[in-house]
Write a protein that binds this ligand. Sequence first.
Ligand code: CMP
Length: 138
Amino acid sequence: MEQTFAIIKPDAVERNLIGKILERIEAEGFRIASMKRVLLTLPIAEGFYHVHKERPFFKDLTKSMCEGPVILMVLEKEGAIKAWRKLMGATNPAEADEGTLRKEFAVSLEKNSVHGSDAPETAVFEISYFFSQTEIIP
Ligand code: CMP
């Protein structure tokens, strides 16, 4: 069973969308193998998004990820990485398909409500960045 890493971002937590997003995740057949609610610090957010550190949006992105609590999750399903990216929709909500979480809930590229790993290596890094093996119950 493949695992991927998911975040419900501060903009969605602030608008009380946790339940609606979890409902969609479960309806799509994902198992939530681990989950926690945390307030990220700037160094933690910077380390998590280190691949983007040269990008012009890095400062705003990392700051916005610390503006309120986030929900961190390990999701499991056959083909979980692609399936979660499909359910999220395009990074920019203006380009997201009907029926995707970002089409329904995101307000902008920055406040795009959810995050997901984009490849198997990224999933391994992102899961281990926030979860120890003993916290993940398959
Ligand atoms: P996420 O999937 O969390 O990965 C990186 C985040 O950077 C992305 O979602 C967006 O919220 C944010 N971002 C802001 N500007 C851009 C941009 N121009 N291209 C890609 N991502 C961006």
